[in-house]
Ligand binder design. Structure first.
Ligand SMILES: Cc1cc2nc3c(=O)[nH]c(=O)nc-3n(C[C@H](O)[C@H](O)[C@H](O)COP(=O)(O)OP(=O)(O)OC[C@H]3O[C@@H](n4cnc5c(N)ncnc54)[C@H](O)[C@@H]3O)c2cc1C
Length: 539
């Protein structure tokens, strides 16, 4: 949608083809955060210094895994992309001053300010197109339809402590009630990735882009250098169109293609994805048929969330990503089948899942006690404790009145689990996790509980009953994609640009080389190269 919006703004006639019945893909269910060093929250001098520092950070973290000129292009154009969208559309962002880079000890890392997130959006402004927007994950909504931002969550978790928080909670519920009365199936106060997609959709329509839903390109034939004939599958039957200037592939990667998953993901091949079920590599396969090639595969060609599997009431299967809400909090441990910990539970999601792979802990168990789950929730179980029994009945949560009982339920060595819990009690008292340093790094401290001392991430596990949920890596998106140059043009096997063919988003080989430097690692470059591609087509 970014590429379409920019191309239309630059005066081109744009056809946006969406395979699913709704736009939004994975982005609509994401947190909607973009990592853009040197963004609008900084003055000019600060922004220049930040871009230089971010270059150093990526050189250290990513290094030879991707081409430096692509990273430089991203760093140069990211802030310009945000400014362009602010000027020409309603795709507006706010800075996230507290979102730290995920490897804070590397040179060039920044403790906050590089990520930006979409401003909240009133979905009613989409008018009749509200239904054309893919909804967020049901597990990310409360009361069956209210979207909450990270700021909302903080207020709701502390609702008892402040009148302002109570007023905010009441306003969310009243707004939802009004939406339902007006006939909306879900709340129209949109946050995170859903707000981002809604803003893009409104802007795309306003810019005059022709949007075709439930439509797919089935064949592309070269006519002349940059002109191509495309066959479309549409609800009304086959349809042919001609593209005079360019085709931009933006199908979101291969998360939903079992064959590609088997070939390009590590073993055991993850069974689930948190990404959109319509991102099945069909766009990339079309591009490969036109002479494009893939980038260099890496050990992990995807980014990971440790995720639990939810059997929903309607029989569908949901994937719940354990991003920031539970793992770092005090009183939770992750254990393998020996009952031992293997990782700092509070580190970033991608790194946590890498540790699962390296340690052979796929799946592992997140274990906590009754006090923890009431206070913080656990995965899809919201804080407050009202729904715990229902989650136990569904089989999502395992529980036991003793640690040994719980260990038996989850197939974990009981002596190992007891000794780990006793060891954690010592760490909670001293505030020092001698084994994995949980709560001693910026990332886990940020997601811990500041009110807990001496360490915001360390707590005892001693209040029966005890609970556990199984987690395994599920991809949030795939990082192996089509090789491009710095203009987002597809490359052939000889490294030559293919005229009029571009890629962006997860169809483009990631400039991060499979690393996950910060919140917003995929959407930042994804939108930036969408902007770059459209500007390049426009000359
Ligand atoms: C819960 C969650 C939270 C996340 N949070 C963040 C975050 O905050 N920041 C971040 O950077 N990343 C985040 N991610 C990852 C991020 O959402 C994805 O990497 C990103 O959305 C991919 O964008 P995209 O444009 O490539 O694909 P998408 O947004 O998935 O869009 C691709 C679209 O192409 C369509 N399509 C596919 N094939 C075809 C075809 N053949 N013809 C026509 N259309 C087709 C799809 O239906 C889809 O609508 C998160 C992911 C999840 C699951």
């Amino acid at each position: 949608m970014t590429a379409a919006l920019v191309a239309a703004t630059e005066g081109m006639r744009v056809l946006l083809v969406e395979r699913a019945a709704q736009v939004g893909g994975s982005t609509a269910r994401s947190a909607g955060t973009l990592w853009i060093p040197g963004n609008f929250s900084m003055d000019e001098a600060e922004a220049c210094a930040d871009v230089a520092a971010a270059r150093l950070y990526l050189d250290n973290l990513v290094g030879e895994r991707s081409r430096a000129e692509l990273r430089d292009q991203f760093l140069r154009c990211g802030p310009a992309m945000l400014q362009y969208l602010r000027r020409h559309s309603i795709v507006h962002f706010q800075a996230c001053p507290k979102h730290t880079d995920y490897y804070p000890d590397l040179p060039g890392a920044k403790p906050g300010g590089r990520p930006v997130e979409s401003q909240v959006f009133d979905g009613r402004k989409l008018g009749p197109h509200f239904g054309a927007l893919r909804p967020p994950l049901p597990e990310f909504m409360i009361f069956g339809g209210i979207m909450v931002s990270k700021a909302d969550v903080d207020k709701l978790l502390n609702v008892r402590h402040s009148f302002a928080n109570q007023r905010h909670a009441a306003s969310l519920v009243l707004r939802f009630a009004a939406d339902r009365l007006l006939g909306y199936g879900r709340g129209t106060r949109l946050t995170m990735g859903n707000a981002l997609c809604a803003r893009l959709l409104r802007s795309v329509l306003d810019a005059g882009v022709t949007l075709r839903l439930d439509c797919e390109v089935t064949r592309i034939d070269q006519e002349s250098r940059a002109s191509r004939a495309l066959d479309l599958r549409t609800p009304e039957g086959p349809h042919a169109v001609h593209s005079k200037r360019a085709v931009i592939f933006a199908g979101g990667g291969f998360s939903a293609n079992p064959r590609w998953r088997e070939t390009h993901m590590p073993k055991p091949t993850p069974q689930h994805t948190a990404a959109s079920d319509s991102n099945n590599a069909t766009t990339m396969e079309l591009a490969l048929g036109l002479g494009a090639v893939l980038g260099t595969p890496r050990e992990h060609n995807a980014w990971w969330f440790p995720s639990s599997v939810v059997r929903r009431d309607d029989g569908s299967v949901g994937v719940f990503p354990h991003i920031v809400m539970d793992r770092a909090k005090p009183g939770l441990i992750a254990v393998d089948t020996s009952g031992r910990r293997f990782v700092n539970e509070g580190i970033n999601y991608h790194e946590f899942s890498l540790a699962q792979y390296h340690h052979g802990a796929v799946p592992c168990w997140l274990v906590c006690d009754a006090r923890f789950i009431r206070r913080y929730g656990l995965g899809a179980v919201h804080p407050g404790g009202r729904s715990i029994d229902a989650w136990v009945r569904k089989g999502y949560l395992k529980h036991g009145n003793t640690l040994e009982d719980l260990a038996g339920q989850i197939g974990v060595d009981p002596a190992g689990l007891r000794s780990t819990v006793e060891r954690m009690a010592q760490f909670a008292a001293t505030g020092i996790d001698v084994d994995f340093a949980k709560g001693m790094d910026r990332v886990s401290r940020q997601n811990g509980d500041a009110a807990n001392s001496p360490n915001p991430c360390l707590g005892r596990i001693d209040t029966a009953p005890y609970y556990a949920v199984e987690v395994a890596p599920a991809d949030l998106g795939t990082s192996l994609g089509l090789a491009t140059n710095e203009h987002a043009q597809l490359l052939d096997a000889a490294g030559q640009a293919l005229a009029g063919l571009y890629a962006c988003g997860n169809d483009m080989n990631s400039i991060m080389g499979g690393q996950y430097p910060a919140p917003g690692t995929t959407l930042g470059p994804g939108m930036t190269f969408g902007y770059i591609a459209a500007r390049h087509v426009a000359g």
